[in-house]
Design a protein. Structure first.
Length: 161
């Protein structure tokens, strides 16, 4: 026999705090983590589980490489054009430390003579160019020169402060 349980909230006994709230009109499900727990664990494929907070990207941004026009973003305060081939991404919410992971790629004109591009953290030791509130990026073409690509795509993984 199949049963159906219809509800809009699940609460902890003797508490007015919602653990899970369901909004039928929008379809949104809200998980409240502030009830004394430290994580929300989700079971993925098979029996593997993941910590939801650590599994989420903490920042993403797509912006023009020849200026500072932001096309799409999350947790990005602003972009600073630091010169040809250099951009600084300024965060809205800080990271907890400088050892977060930065993913940076570029889009460029495939008809150009220098088709090989690179983009990464402007650092000589892996953390220079990284603070808890910004990351400095460097972009270059296959000729070895710093250059502004058509677009820059960035995401960060790690813990927020």
């Amino acid at each position: 026999m199949v049963s159906t349980l219809k509800l809009t909230k699940i609460q902890i006994p003797n508490s007015d705090s919602d653990v899970i709230s369901l909004d039928a009109s929008s379809g949104n499900v809200t998980l409240n983590k502030t009830l004394g727990g430290t994580s929300i664990t989700v079971q993925g494929e098979g029996t593997a589980t993941t910590n939801l907070q650590q599994g989420l990207s903490k920042l993403f941004v797509k912006f023009s490489g020849d200026g500072t026009t932001v096309n799409a973003s999350f947790n990005t305060g602003s972009i600073t054009d630091s010169g040809t081939g250099y951009h600084r991404v300024n965060f809205t919410n800080n990271m907890s430390e400088v050892h977060y992971v930065t993913h940076s790629t570029t889009a460029h004109n495939y008809g150009a003579s220098n088709n090989g591009w690179s983009s990464g953290v402007a650092s000589d030791n892996g953390t220079n160019g990284m603070t808890t509130s910004t990351v400095q990026l460097s972009h270059g073409n296959s000729g070895g020169s710093n250059a502004d690509p058509t677009a820059v795509h960035v995401s960060l993984d790690g813990d927020l402060a």
